[in-house]
Design a protein around this ligand. Structure first.
Ligand code: CTP
Length: 397
């Protein structure tokens, strides 16, 4: 439960994206947060307070003059004991009100009356022309100056039928952002490059050799690094996973492609985390045509060639980043882990304990460095990824 114990005000303003706020409220609640919904009158035109109440298990507030609040000051009462305010969807009108400090309804008043240290984030949602209008852009700049977090928007098809910037982020992405907001910013100013997933080495146009890596651990590490404030690039083999929000992802297929992309971006990096299960061998000569089974009078004879070791080559660079490797050893992890760390010439090697981690949501790790080894017990991969990023941050600060 990544938001256990967190109290969040979810503000809804007028916009069709209110329907997504229902799913967001559910996601926040499932993640352990207690969610207090506050809606504007305009939001009530798009979704009912009953829906939001049912999803959060709490009465919804819409009115500045709500007799349910003993002292009749909901704008003060509601904001004194919370950890964050998120306005999703946030309309152009509400952005304008925030930029000018207007307070003519409950939601805008509680935003103005919030304690100075209470984080306020908004997820803009509006028509593309409204978003691009210089007045809105001016207001958004003002909000940034006022340290209000702006989540999105993104480009895409809009409910009005037009296409462009202004779509609200998806509930899942907003949930990631809220969780990120509560993580310690221990990697601010750092650039981190992560490889993840399997590689696919073609045999012919329709066949190839791959492995069972799901990419989950690498993606979790990329997300954790970004949550910690780093600028993150993820170089990924074929996976079915969604890109963590705010991470720059480049897709590759083969080990050779992964090598080239890593090498062309490595100069700028502070940290390199090689999580990908890179194929050690490729097919020496990939057939241009599909191999036919009767052509060989038996089985095709495949010749293999050795792939370059991305991690070892990065670790050998003169201006190398801090290098972290992974090892999937099926036996003798303690001995093999330390030996592999030395062989690769890296300061930190992460051993998967047990080799059946592929595709699972949980993992158990052993970290090897100059001082010996550290055990990270069995846990959810995202939790482990945050622990690992904390270990890397400690060693690189
Ligand atoms: N790795 C890499 N490029 C390769 C092979 C591996 O960058 N061509 C990286 C992996 O991303 C991982 C680490 O090296 O971080 C360890 O990979 P592993 O396959 O366990 O080690 P090998 O050196 O290939 O040793 P072996 O297969 O003999 O166990």
């Amino acid at each position: 439960m990544e938001l256990a114990g967190k109290r969040i005000i979810l503000g809804l303003t007028g916009g069709i994206a209110c329907y997504k706020a229902a799913e967001l409220a559910r996601g926040l609640t499932k993640a352990g947060a207690s969610v207090q919904v506050v809606m504007t009158q305009a939001a009530s035109q798009f979704i009912t307070s009953i829906t939001m109440q049912a999803l959060t298990g709490r009465q919804v507030y819409t009115d500045q003059w709500d007799a349910r609040v003993d002292n009749n000051m909901p704008h003060i009462d509601l904001t004194r004991d919370v950890d964050a305010i998120l306005i999703a969807p946030c309309s152009a009108n509400f952005i304008s009100k925030l930029a000018h400090g207007a307070c003519d309804d409950l939601l805008s008043t509680l935003c103005l009356a919030r304690p100075a240290a209470l984080p306020l984030m908004i997820a803009p949602a509006m028509n593309v022309e409204m978003w691009q209008n210089p007045a809105t852009q001016r207001n958004v700049r003002q909000l940034k100056d006022d340290c209000i977090g702006i989540l999105g928007p993104e480009a895409g098809e809009q409910a009005c039928g037009e296409t462009g910037m202004g779509r609200m982020l998806e509930p899942e992405q907003l949930l990631e952002e809220i969780i990120a907001a509560f993580q310690p910013k221990i990697m601010i100013g750092k650039r981190v490059l992560v490889t993840a997933g399997p590689t696919f080495e073609p045999i012919d146009p329709v066949r190839g050799i791959s492995n069972l890596s799901s990419g989950k651990m690498g993606y979790a590490i990329a997300r954790a690094a970004r949550e910690a404030g780093a600028e993150v690039m993820l170089i990924s083999g074929p996976t079915a996973l969604a890109t963590p929000h705010g991470v720059h992802r480049i897709n590759v297929q083969t080990a050779e492609q992964m090598y080239d992309v890593v090498m062309s971006h490595i100069d700028a990096q502070d940290v390199f985390v090689a999580v990908a299960a890179v194929a050690d061998w490729r097919i020496a000569k990939v057939s241009e045509q599909k191999l036919k089974k009767d052509e060989h009078g038996g089985f095709p004879q495949l010749q293999f060639a050795l792939n370059q070791d991305i991690l070892a080559d990065v670790a050998a660079l003169a201006n190398k980043p801090y290098c972290v490797g992974f090892a999937a050893e099926s036996e003798q992890l303690l001995r093999n882990g330390e030996a592999k760390r030395k062989k690769k010439g890296i300061p930190l090697l992460v051993g998967n304990i047990g080799h059946r981690t592929f595709g699972k949501d949980e993992n158990e790790l052993m970290l090897f460095d100059d001082n010996g080894h550290t055990h990270l017990p069995l846990a959810d991969k995202q939790k482990l990824a945050r622990q690992l990023i904390a270990e890397i941050a400690r060693r690189t600060s």
